[in-house]
Design a protein around this ligand. Structure first.
Ligand SMILES: [Zn+2]
Length: 120
């Protein structure tokens, strides 16, 4: 087991350098062409703002929400994933595993009522 440690240390340094490069590049950790939040009308709850954590929203309407995941470790992008648009109080969650590097990433798609009168 002791032989593994030097390799592990090298891996950690490599990841730190990769992370620094991402920060310098101004990347926000979501795939290009996606948005962290989209407001959509016409849902059962009225207008809602969909907010993505760990992923970027491609598009959203009253029925369907599409998003893409960018791996926080290696930058690999997932295919577009389409789900039923969540309702306020019932966020969609996904434990995503990167197929390239095995990184586990928590995805949350949350709906927040855009009408303050209905926000409760
Ligand atoms: Zn990855």
């Amino acid at each position: 087991m002791k032989l593994k440690y030097p390799r592990l240390a090298g891996l950690v340094v490599g990841l730190a350098l990769a992370g620094a490069a991402v920060v310098l590049g101004g990347c926000h950790g979501i795939p290009q062409g996606t948005a962290p939040a989209i407001t959509t009308a016409g849902t059962a709850a009225g207008a809602v703002t969909l907010e993505a954590t760990g992923a970027g929203l491609v598009k959203a309407d009253a029925r369907k929400t599409s998003f893409k995941i960018e791996c926080a470790r290696c930058g690999d992008e997932s295919e577009v994933i389409t789900i039923d648009t969540p309702v306020p109080g019932k966020p969609y969650t996904l434990d995503w595993g990167c197929p390239q590097c095995g990184h586990q990433q928590k995805i949350i798609i949350r709906a927040v009522s855009a009408n303050p009168l209905l926000a409760k």
